[in-house]
Design a protein around this ligand. Structure first.
Ligand code: NAG
Length: 118
């Protein structure tokens, strides 16, 4: 009786460890549980602004960037993601979007890969 309880406890403990471990792997992303490559699809309204430094940034783009920018690590990962890259995003230009949006609480000086947020 007591032995089986121990086994159940041990099983539960191991299960918790496994779940925590999986969470670690999946949650090791810069965007919490979300994958930067998936988050990058949200930058679709920024497509032209992220390729051309002279393109005007749309308000929908700024809204997305502002939201992602609450987590600079995530914003950075999204801008440098493969999804962004394969969508033709120029990271150097993309970094300027928060500034072009005049997001006041943007993480100025945040080091994102080889880039620094202006
Ligand atoms: C943006 O405008 C500047 C100044 O007019 C120009 O030198 C630059 O080539 C333009 N960049 C693009 C990507 O069109």
């Amino acid at each position: 009786m007591e032995e089986s309880m121990k086994k159940i406890c041990l099983f539960g403990f191991l299960l918790a460890l496994v779940i925590a471990g999986l969470g670690e792997v999946n949650g090791a992303h810069e965007c919490g549980r979300k994958n930067p490559d998936m988050e990058a699809f949200k930058l679709a309204p920024c497509a032209s602004a992220a390729q051309d430094e002279n393109a005007s940034v749309t308000s929908s783009c700024c809204a997305v960037v502002k939201k992602l920018g609450q987590n600079p690590k995530c914003l950075c990962a999204v801008m440098l993601s493969n999804t962004a890259k394969s969508s033709g995003v120029n990271p150097e230009v993309a970094m300027t979007i928060p500034k072009r949006c005049n997001i006041v609480d943007r993480p100025v000086g945040y080091q994102c890969g080889a880039y620094t947020l202006p």
